[in-house]
Design a protein around this ligand. Structure first.
Ligand SMILES: [Zn+2]
Length: 252
C-alpha cells in the first residue's frame, strides 16, 4: 500500500514460519531460501488478503512444496491466490519458530486482517494495521471499515505492545503513540465531516471538497473514499443517515 518496502518476516526455529507471502518475485524467494539456510519452511501466516501480502503464496508453494498457508477467511477473495488456506480464527495460538503467537483479529483495513501477538516479548506482527510516518488506507471498495479499524486500534493499544513489525515502512518502536495519534487524527477528521454535514453538504464529493482544500486531482478520489468511510462510521454510530444519494446529520 504506502510506506517503503513490502516486508515479510521469517521466524526460524522448530517451526520455520513466514509472516505474509509477499508477491512471489524471484529475488524474494531466493532471499527466503538463503535465510532458511537449508531448513524447510513449515508455514506462511498471511495478515490479510491484499495482493501485496497474499499473491506470493502460489510461487512459494511452487518452490517449496509442503508449506502450509494460513489466513483468516475472506470468502470473496481467498480463491484467487491459488493455494489451499487453513483457516485462522481470532485467539488461535500458533506454534512459530520455537515459540507461539496469538492471532488477534484486527479488521478495518481489510475484513480478514489479523495481527500476530507474542506476549512474552510484547511484540506484534502488525500487517497493515499501522505504518510509521503515514496513515493507513481503508479501501471502501475492498470492504475497508473505519468503525472496525478504530476498534482494532483500541484492541491493540490495550495489549500495550513495545514494538510492531509492519508490512510496510520502518519497525515501529513507539506503537502506543502512533496508534493514539491515528485515533485522534480520525476523530478530528470525523468532526470535520460532521461540521460539513451541518453546513448543508450532502454528498461525499462536496464534503471532500470542503475538507481537503488544495488537494491534487489524482488524490481526489481517495479523499472521497475516506469521506465515505467516515460517513459509514457515522451511520453505524447513529449520527448520520443516507436517503437516496444525500447524507444528513442526526443530532444527538
Ligand atoms: Zn493491505
Amino acid at each position: 500500500m504506502t510506506g517503503d518496502g513490502n516486508w515479510t518476516w521469517l521466524i526460524p526455529g522448530r517451526v520455520p514460519t513466514l509472516i505474509d507471502a509477499g508477491t512471489g518475485v524471484g529475488e524474494h524467494l531466493d532471499a527466503l531460501e538463503s535465510a532458511l539456510g537449508g531448513a524447510k519452511l513449515a508455514q506462511v501466516l498471511v495478515t490479510h488478503g491484499h495482493s501485496d501480502h497474499a499473491s506470493g503464496a502460489a510461487a512459494i508453494a511452487g518452490r517449496m512444496p509442503g508449506v502450509r498457508f494460513l489466513k483468516k477467511p475472506w470468502p470473496a477473495r481467498d480463491d484467487r491466490w491459488g493455494v489451499e488456506w487453513s483457516p485462522l480464527r481470532d485467539g488461535d495460538a500458533i506454534a512459530v519458530g520455537d515459540t507461539f503467537v496469538t492471532t488477534v483479529g484486527t479488521p478495518g483495513h481489510a475484513p480478514d486482517h489479523v495481527c500476530f501477538w507474542h506476549p512474552e516479548s510484547r511484540m506484534l506482527f502488525g500487517g497493515d494495521l499501522a505504518i510509521e510516518g503515514t496513515t493507513v488506507w481503508l479501501p471502501s471498495s475492498l470492504d475497508g471499515d473505519l468503525h472496525a479499524y478504530l476498534k482494532s486500534l483500541e484492541r491493540v493499544l490495550a495489549l500495550d505492545p513495545i514494538r510492531v513489525f509492519p508490512a510496510h515502512g520502518e519497525v515501529i518502536d513507539d506503537p502506543g503513540t502512533l496508534l493514539r495519534n491515528y485515533i485522534d487524527h480520525r476523530l478530528k477528521r470525523e468532526e470535520q465531516v460532521i461540521e460539513a454535514l451541518r453546513s448543508g453538504d450532502t454528498s461525499p464529493e462536496a464534503i471532500a471538497g470542503r475538507i481537503y482544500t488544495r488537494l491534487r486531482d489524482d488524490l481526489r478520489s481517495r479523499a472521497v473514499e475516506t469521506v465515505i468511510s467516515h460517513l459509514k462510521k457515522l451511520e453505524q454510530d447513529g449520527r448520520a443517515h443516507r436517503s437516496e444519494l444525500a447524507w444528513h446529520i442526526i443530532e444527538p
